[in-house]
Design a protein around this ligand. Structure first.
Ligand SMILES: O=C(O)CCC(=O)C(=O)O
Ligand SMILES: [Fe+2]
Length: 393
């Protein structure tokens, strides 16, 4: 049996899926990554390499725009939480994340109208900086997001097959493409100053959705993934690959077969000559779906459930204690810093439509945006008024 307590992130070759003679090997490798690791590198994808290089070359210029130009497209303008957020605006596990970011989604027109539930407004148009200041960025980013989102949509069919379902086995979680939006971010992790007390680029967290497709857009290491013993395993950039990881919604929808794995990013070491850059794309499911609603329940073959149970037993024997501690510490940390703040580990997927889970996450991350656009929800989350920072996770 494959080693379940990984010390390396598997690298899968997407081109194996294009030939019926090699596809089965890919599916088997994907099954292992889904059940035992929660992360993989993917090479030889259909995403245009020159487009990726063009995007990478824009990123330093994007962050070098004058602060006032970045602030013009602040998230505070957007009921969809799409736009720019300044350095140090968010906390994870009670500590400040040292990153600056632009949230930019795939093309979308909000379908919310007055009287509809708030969560239908969580998706909508993006904000881009003035074209004259960074010519070509918008077109590059739009093409990039659309190619990576398309890769995600195909990848969902491969996940279904790896879990013993037909290729369209997960399609019930999606709307038609015109009613979907996937959310990208362009992130800069600056080099901390000598006086900095923390190396937290972003603290340990799970992603929320089905899958994340991440471009590590500079050669810096820093991304780390937690294995079943609680050790942090490096996931350094590998040229020509994306990192793919699975989120809590997929874990819930697959009865715990797919693993959502905790990960974090360390800031570049003090003295580094340049910041780290990354571009995650969070591939979403439809807004109305309640993943635990019996109408979405999936039936898995016994041999797949057995693989989950073998990993489960292994997990309990060796590390359940430390996993529990991790949750406990996070709760305690949040209780000390903010008595009214509910701890988030996405257990909301148990009862809420996915759009509501997304909106709740955004409200926590960007209370200032929420106060302006969702005042009732803001009050529920922050009865004592605006905190200094939001919560990235
Ligand atoms: O920047 C990275 O490499 C990962 C970022 C991440 O995990 C996230 O934003 O959810
Ligand atoms: Fe993440």
């Amino acid at each position: 049996m494959a080693d379940q307590n990984f010390s390396k992130i598997p690298l899968l070759d997407y081109s194996l899926t294009l030939d019926s003679a090699t596809k089965a090997q890919f599916i088997e490798e994907l099954r292992h990554a889904l059940i035992n690791v929660g992360f993989l590198y993917l090479s030889n994808t259909p995403v245009d390499e020159q487009l990726v290089e063009r995007l990478k070359s824009h990123i330093p210029n994007l962050f070098a725009l004058p602060q006032e130009e970045k602030d013009k497209i602040s998230k505070a303008n957007s009921p969809h939480f799409l736009g720019y957020s300044r350095l140090g605006a968010e906390l994870t596990k009670g500590k400040t994340d040292y990153r600056e970011q632009f949230d930019i989604g795939t093309d979308h027109v909000s379908r919310w109208k007055p009287g509809d539930p708030d969560y239908l407004n969580v998706w909508g148009p993006s904000q881009y900086p003035d074209e004259n200041l960074i010519p070509g960025f918008r077109q590059t980013m739009e093409s990039y997001l659309s190619q990576v989102a398309a890769l995600g949509t195909t990848f969902i069919t491969l996940i279904a097959e790896a879990l013993g379902l037909p290729p369209d086995g997960l399609s019930r979680f999606y709307d038609t493409p015109d009613r979907m939006q996937h959310r990208g971010k362009v992130v800069q992790y600056p080099v901390p100053s000598e006086r900095s007390e923390s190396d937290q680029g972003v603290g340990p967290h799970y992603d929320a959705g089905f899958l994340t497709i991440l471009l590590q857009a500079s050669p810096h290491p820093g991304l780390q993934v937690q294995n079943l013993s609680g050790d942090w395993i490096d996931a350094p950039p590998i040229p020509g690959t994306f990192v793919i990881n699975f989120g809590r919604a997929l874990e819930f929808a697959t009865k715990g077969i797919a693993r959502a794995t905790s990960h974090r990013v360390l800031s570049p070491p003090i003295g580094s000559s340049s910041p780290r850059y990354s571009v995650p794309l969070f591939h979403n499911i439809a807004l109305d779906v309640r993943v635990r609603d019996p109408k979405y329940e999936l039936e898995f073959p016994p041999e797949i459930l057995k693989l989950r149970d073998e990993r489960g037993r292994f997990l309990r024997r060796t590390v359940r204690f430390s996993v529990l501690l991790l949750y406990k510490f996070s709760d305690v940390g949040l209780m000390i810093t903010l008595p009214h703040m509910p701890a988030v580990n996405y257990s909301e997927f148990e009862s809420q439509p996915s759009g509501m889970v997304q909106l709740m996450g955004r409200v926590r991350s960007h209370p200032d945006v929420a106060q302006r656009h969702y005042p009732a929800l803001f009050k529920q989350f922050f009865p004592d008024g605006l905190p200094k920072q939001g919560f990235a996770y």
